[in-house]
Design a protein around this ligand. Structure first.
Ligand code: UD1
Length: 447
């Protein structure tokens, strides 16, 4: 329905404040179901994904109030045991309610997340963990059913350090009887934030942020107040946006250690970034060099920054190679960047990006959240006007994205797509102005 119209070629300048982390807040909202009393979560970004997960836990019996970045969650006495398809399909992270539902209610029936078949976007590691904790799991007709009168601590080795599986298993294990050890756990900062929240509710979790997490099960948890960590991917996106436009931007509310893998690669590419004034400051790039990037689980280079960095590397002198090892099919932005003048060759899990290719404006579509961000960044760097469609993806994960970019001097406006305006009888050329984004949230809210 909406698109972003961007006139590129203007260096970004100024200061931007990063919101609370989307990927930290989603599991923490689910974890609030584990307690017997209310929690207050602070620095919560107002995102379509956050609203979707809130709707889901409301359906399970929780009371939720979100105001000014503060989320108050009153968990139900006992959560409902069924999470229906129309709520779960909106995003894969919905599956994170399974651990808390199982731990609190002893059973849970949930649709497969995001409408994906179990084979194509697997949740096998989540299920393996629940099964080792003593749950009986059955699936069929697009749903999973898990039952366990009492979860029991266990030793769980993950074949891959899946973020979601680590979180889901951790949430189930905190109320299990006895001790659990999760080996080859994901080490992402969002796991540490979840463990800190669980511990402040009375759980006993040690080792979060390392490959081995040890959990001593407790009888019950009590609601608490918790502040969400800053969003390292949003921070990274603004750092790269500044670099793409040759701008000078101070990015505030960051934890630089969480950004080390990205900062190292940006440094190698010639982007001057310094810790200054309590944030990270990007200075105008003199010469951008082609580099090699390989995505890996944390503390490796984040797959969630791969598309944005690809936009940047299109502008570098010399070729670059990006290898994607975390997700199988995360190069859908390539064809869109090519429309803007990029030359990129795909070879298996790698993309070879030809440097010295100035980008020009084009009409492009976001295929997913970070691909959408990458196209916006390319639009800001390109000569002429670009239009980026399918904003429902971008609205899932960036709070006030175009408002923040506009405050840095970007020429970017949200407007109704020309063909939709005609279809709905709206006069073409009417622009949806600054500050009205709330009235036009992403796809999830319309259905
Ligand atoms: C989380 C992030 C997402 C990020 C990803 C990797 C949230 C809400 N989302 O997603 O932004 O891109 O981590 O850093 O935090 N896998 C299996 N079996 C499983 C689970 C996962 O094979 O049971 C595979 C996936 O198909 C994928 C890889 O493991 O190829 C990584 O997935 P995972 O770490 O689980 O990512 P998410 O938790 O879905």
């Amino acid at each position: 329905m909406y698109e972003l119209a961007i006139t590129g070629g203007r260096p970004l300048k100024g200061t931007v404040r990063v919101s609370g982390s989307k990927n930290a807040v989603l599991p923490i909202i689910c974890a609030a179901l584990l307690a017997k009393s209310p929690s207050i979560i602070e620095d919560v970004p107002d995102l379509v994904d956050v609203r979707s997960i809130c709707t889901l836990i409301e359906h399970l019996g929780a009371q939720v109030e979100l105001e000014g970045g503060k989320l108050r969650i009153t968990p139900p006495e006992k959560p409902d045991t069924e999470a229906p398809y129309q709520l779960v399909r909106r995003m894969r992270a919905s599956f994170l309610v399974l651990g808390p539902m199982l731990a609190r209610a002893g059973k849970a029936k949930i649709s497969l997340p995001g409408g994906c078949a179990i084979g194509s976007r697997p949740i096998d590691l989540h299920l393996k963990g629940f099964s080792l904790l003593g749950a009986d799991i059955t699936y069929g007709y697009g749903t999973i059913e898990a039952r366990a009168r009492q979860l029991t601590g266990s030793r769980i080795h993950l074949d891959f350090p899946s973020v979601g599986a680590t979180e889901n298993i951790l949430m189930a294990a905190v109320l299990a009887k006895g001790n659990t050890v999760i080996e080859n756990a994901a080490e992402e900062p969002e796991i540490v934030d979840l463990a800190n929240y669980l511990n402040s509710m009375g759980a006993s979790v040690r080792g979060a942020g390392t490959k081995i997490i040890r959990v001593k099960g407790v009888d019950h948890l009590t609601g608490t107040t918790h502040k969400i960590i800053p969003d390292r991917i949003e921070a990274g996106t603004f750092l790269v946006a500044a670099a793409c436009t040759g701008g000078e931007v101070l990015v505030e509310n960051v934890i630089p250690e969480h950004l080390q893998p990205l900062l190292a690669k940006l440094g190698e590419a010639g982007v001057p970034i310094f810790e200054e004034q309590g944030g990270l400051k990007v200075y105008p790039v003199k010469q951008l060099r082609g580099i090699k990037v390989k995505t890996m689980p944390y503390p490796g280079f984040p797959t969630d920054m791969q598309p944005q960095v690809m936009s940047l590397l299109c502008l570098a002198s010399g070729n670059s190679i990006i290898t994607e090892t975390v997700f199988e099919n995360r190069f859908q932005h390539v064809s869109q960047l090519e429309k803007m003048g990029a030359r990129i060759k795909l070879s298996g899990r790698s993309a070879i990006i030809e440097g010295d290719r100035p980008l020009h404006g084009a009409v492009v579509k976001a295929s997913d959240l970070r691909a959408g961000a990458a196209l916006v960044l390319a639009g800001l760097a390109a000569r002429g006007e670009s239009r980026v469609g399918r904003l429902n993806h971008i609205d899932r994960g960036y709070e006030q994205f175009e408002q923040k970019l506009r405050a840095l001097g970007a020429r970017i406006t949200r407007k109704i797509r020309a063909e939709k305006m005609l279809h709905h009888g709206v006069h073409p050329g009417i622009y949806i102005g600054q500050g009205r984004r709330q009235e036009f949230p992403g796809e999830g809210k319309y259905q």
